[in-house]
Design a protein around this ligand. Sequence first.
Ligand code: NAD
Length: 355
Amino acid sequence: MTGIPAFDHHSLGQRVLFGTGQARAHLRTAVVDLGASAPMVLSGHSDRAVADAVLGGLAIESRFDDVVPHVPVEQAEQARRAAHESGADLLISIGGGSTTGLAKAVALTTGLPIVAVPTTYAGSEATNVWGITEAARKTTGVDPRVLPHTIVYDAELTATLPKELSVASMCNALAHCIDSLWAPRANPITTALATEGIRALAAALPEVAYRPESIDGRENALYGAYLAAVAFAGAGSGLHHKICHVLGGRFDLPHAQTHTIVLPHVLAFNATHAPAGVERVAEALAATDAIDGLRTLLISAEAPTALKDLGLHEEELDEAVDLVLPAVPPSNPRPVTRANLARLLRDAWSGSLMV
Ligand code: NAD
């Protein structure tokens, strides 16, 4: 038996109400318990039907449905104005990470509490991280005001997520788990959360990919996504997240799909320098080898495999290396050089590991 090293872990306080078919009742409980009388609801145009079903007859003060990816500063300002003009005392976000992100942008300047009702597996609802895009540059930060007060998880709300997006979103969650093993504030708590998250997500991935209507699969996916996000919030951004942040922000690549493609390459890159972490990944995947196990899982779920298929051009790889290199966390177990990072990105661009 080995001992436990000294560590410094921050647990984030929030309420989690989890129950299939219970979103409407749980949302009411959350609103009543917060004593709110004038909620503003944020949900995208395409999520309107889901939002209406969850809201039922709940008394709301206003709605904001102009949600677009990556939280452009103009949208954030419009939503802040709408919250101010309607006298909102609570923000209810119903949607994926983009909707939660918009609610966070409003909470950042208004201090209003958020009740988050997620409809994807992105996990933003369980972190205190915000992101706002201005002039094609995404700025992120950490602030306790943006951590939702309550999360309402209901697997039925994710059942309409198409297979391709479901798979990519679950892989986004898997990336939170795996990257948190070597992120700057990784500790035994975040590692335990990540390991259980990988286990739940690995079980859910093929189930949801082949039986998208499987509520059991989607419950495990949501449970895993929450654990993943808590692990990520505690451990911080590792190499994988730094790479994906650059690719998404500078080249406007889709968030979940980019995470899906980059993940096996970062795992393979760090594998020889992080044997304990990699052993945990293998165990959680019920595989003898972590990289093979992840590759098999992704291929069997028909996950996207190459950044070139997302529209990244070969001639943009050099710029990506330039942008990622200064952001590499010193905690990364394998020393990162221009040459080995360029190789990693080229492999992810061509999808070489996944053939
Ligand atoms: P998203 O919210 O942009 O949703 C993707 C698409 O799926 C949208 O068109 C949306 O309308 C649709 N959709 C959402 N739920 C659906 C459902 N149940 N059925 C059918 N369609 C549905 O994408 P995402 O991957 O959920 O979130 C990505 C964003 O979240 C990025 O901006 C990313 O930076 C952010 N994020 C932030 C954190 C954080 O901690 N701050 C963590 C993870 C992700």
